[in-house]
Design a protein around this ligand. Structure first.
Ligand SMILES: [Fe+2]
Ligand SMILES: [Fe+2]
Length: 353
């Protein structure tokens, strides 16, 4: 028998490319430590939610260049210097988040032994890559030539952002350097924090500008990215409770990770947005981030960490986020059946493809 200490140090098994002696029986199948042959036979799955989620992710398909951002070119010049700095810095930060996910998810995926769950992660990787391409489209279109390299290099020159990137990547790197089951579980929670907490103050900044009739094309792009990210959040909201059944872990450690994440997110947002932009304050950032952390904790069956009565200070921006309309990754995503196909009205030109 393995002691608990040994179990934490267990090296995570990586799937062989093809395992003809595997067993794909749905009763035998598990998300981790299973014996998959690695064949994606999707007519007979154990985790039917994954097939439904995959279909939803595919329905969310969109092309950045189909969204018109010409108005934003003029608006950008008319932003206040603080708004422009925040615009550039947030774009730089989001580019980091999507880059690191494109690199990290394949590592976590290589130990997943339920092909239907692996399928969702494959789609996630594709979407994270595409999000990077959408940032490049925005940077090259909206930002004047002489400022562009500043945006790409912002993480190099801004110490707060650089430290933040190093912290986020560090939790993933720990798993690569020491691929134990304990570090795998930590990387999964870190993933959930990235998907569920780290994007949203940035999204709110863009929706806030749009609510003041500024940068509408950028808000449309973030609306689409937001929708994709929420499908990733849902993926981890299914995987993490399962991981809590499978991996030896400490709930205190999860709470500690959440608390750290909230602190770092507020620090960064106050640094890049602060109190200098109409509609956002250090207090609203803290309230929103803690509210979001509570929501994400409840969704994986844990207790809220902060005042339970906290509400979002940004409900008035929801009409820009599309997260309450039919175009959003729907609540019924668990259904394996595609019930409707809704593209945002902002996307046109489908017949040209
Ligand atoms: Fe993304
Ligand atoms: Fe994501």
């Amino acid at each position: 028998m393995c002691s608990q200490k040994d179990m934490l140090k267990t090296r995570m098994p990586v799937n062989p490319i093809f395992n003809p002696d595997g067993n794909d029986d749905t009763l035998h199948r598990t998300i981790w430590f299973g014996e998959t042959t690695n064949l994606m036979q999707l007519n007979d799955v154990r985790y039917s939610w994954a097939v439904g989620l995959y279909k939803q992710m595919r329905q969310n398909f969109w092309i950045p260049e189909k969204l018109d951002i010409t108005q934003d070119v003029t608006d950008y010049v008319n932003l206040t210097p603080d708004e422009r700095r925040a615009f550039d810095g947030i774009l730089s930060y989001l580019t980091f988040l999507d880059s690191v996910q494109t690199c990290n998810i394949p590592h976590l995926k290589s130990s997943v032994t339920a092909p239907e769950v692996s399928l969702c992660m494959a789609e996630q990787i594709s979407q994270e890559g595409m999000h990077n391409q959408s940032y490049q489209y925005m940077i090259e279109t909206i930002i004047p030539t002489d400022r562009r390299s500043n945006v790409y290099d912002f993480w190099r020159t801004d110490k707060v952002l650089r430290d933040r990137c190093k912290f986020i990547a560090g939790l993933y790197q720990d798993y690569i350097d020491h691929p134990t089951s304990e570090n795998y579980f930590t990387a999964l929670v870190a993933d959930y924090l990235l998907e569920g907490l780290y994007f949203y103050n940035g999204f709110c900044f863009f929706y806030n500008l749009a609510s003041r009739m500024l940068m509408p094309g950028s808000a449309d792009i973030f609306k689409m990215i937001n929708r994709d990210e929420l499908s990733h959040v849902r993926l981890y909201q299914k995987m993490i409770p399962e991981a809590m059944q499978t991996f030896t872990h400490s709930k205190d450690r999860i709470y500690e990770m959440f608390d750290n994440a909230v602190r770092h997110e507020c620090l960064w947002t106050n640094h890049i947005v602060g109190d200098n932009i109409l509609g956002i304050t250090a207090a609203s950032t803290e309230q929103y981030t803690k509210y979001l952390a509570n929501t994400r904790l409840r969704a994986i069956g844990l207790e809220p960490l902060y005042d339970e009565t906290l509400k979002s200070p940004y409900t008035h921006l929801e009409r820009f986020s599309d997260t309450k309309s039919e175009g959003h990754t729907k609540a019924n995503f668990f259904e394996a059946q595609v019930t409707s196909y809704m593209m945002s009205s902002g996307v046109s030109g489908w017949d040209e493809i």
